[in-house]
Design a protein around this ligand. Structure first.
Ligand code: THG
Length: 275
């Protein structure tokens, strides 16, 4: 499971403030912490007005790259902001995201093709998120037709089956798993990713729901997630699920992580669960 660190997101109050004040230290710290916790990419979302977004994205890219060297995941729907940010990146970035909307495809696919980016594709058209697995698969067909026409190989694409809130649709998680499996069947080369936290919106103890959802999604084939790498219990769930799915030869990662203290929360659970 690869982690796209979610914390540098301008919809979060403290990050929004740091962007508007150009508080580089705050952003640098979020970048360093998330990389130390094992992120494979850092999501950057300026969350600002379209006219400020290109400049703010460039500032975020440059600020983050001054302290870490993993690839970035540029989170914007705005082709101008994406184009500006791509040019500032040191490593080929991931683009987050396209969907089936014609203008968005026309604005973003040429950039993806020119810079050979990886790209997240949301399983939806312009505005509405289809309620059913069949509807989402249909949108993925449309998107893949466009990406293939633009010369983008399927293995550069990360399909986001879309996580909706379980409190307003009790089938949200099931629709997610079914969509993932149907897309996997139709397009064996594509990858998958998703933002976790929508699943638990409006409910208590959200981290339990997010964590258990991630375990089930890994069983369904999810390979990466946009999530909080500083959440130790989430990390522990990922390590344990990879172990149990046979993806951790000789239990190497699990035992190594234990030695490094990454699984300490188990030991510290009132001492009851120790050894
Ligand atoms: N799919 C794709 N991209 C995405 C999402 C997705 N990008 C944005 C979002 N969803 C994932 N990123 C975040 C970043 C931060 C938070 C949640 C999702 C977050 N949320 C706090 C919470 O939920 O409690 C509240 C905000 C805060 O801390 O102030 O931190 O689905 N492709």
């Amino acid at each position: 499971m690869k982690i796209i660190g979610e914390k540098i997101n301008g919809t979060r109050k403290r990050v929004k403030q740091a962007i508007s004040e150009k508080d580089a230290g705050f952003i640098e710290n979020l970048a360093k912490q998330q990389v130390a916790a094992g992120s494979s990419w850092l999501d950057l979302n300026a969350g600002t007005h379209p006219e400020d977004e290109p400049g703010d994205m460039i500032w975020l890219v440059e600020t983050v790259q001054a302290v870490v060297d993993i690839p970035l995941c540029l989170d914007s729907a705005n082709p101008r902001a994406l184009s500006a940010a791509i040019k500032a990146t040191a490593k080929t970035p991931m683009i987050n995201s396209i969907n089936g909307e014609k203008e968005r495809l026309e604005g973003i696919l040429p950039l993806v093709a020119e810079y050979n980016c990886e790209v997240i594709a949301l399983a939806m058209g312009g505005v509405l998120i289809p309620e059913t697995c069949e509807g989402r698969l249909e949108e993925v067909h449309n998107i893949l037709e466009a990406t293939r026409r633009a010369g983008i190989p399927d293995n550069r694409i990360y399909i986001d089956p879309l996580v909706m809130t379980i409190s307003t649709n009790i089938k949200s998680a099931v629709i997610f798993f079914d969509t993932l499996k149907a897309v996997r069947q139709a397009y064996p080369e594509v990858h998958f990713t998703a933002g976790l936290s929508n699943i638990s919106f409006g409910l208590p103890v959200r981290s339990y729901i997010n964590r258990t959802f991630l375990i089930l999604a890994m069983q369904a084939g999810l390979e990466s997630a946009i999530c909080d790498p500083l959440d130790k219990e989430l990390k522990a769930a990922i390590l344990t699920t990879e172990l149990l799915l046979g993806k951790d030869p000789y239990c190497m990662n699990f035992t190594q992580s234990y030695r490094e203290g990454i699984l300490d929360m188990v030991k510290n659970n009132g001492g009851k669960n120790a050894e």
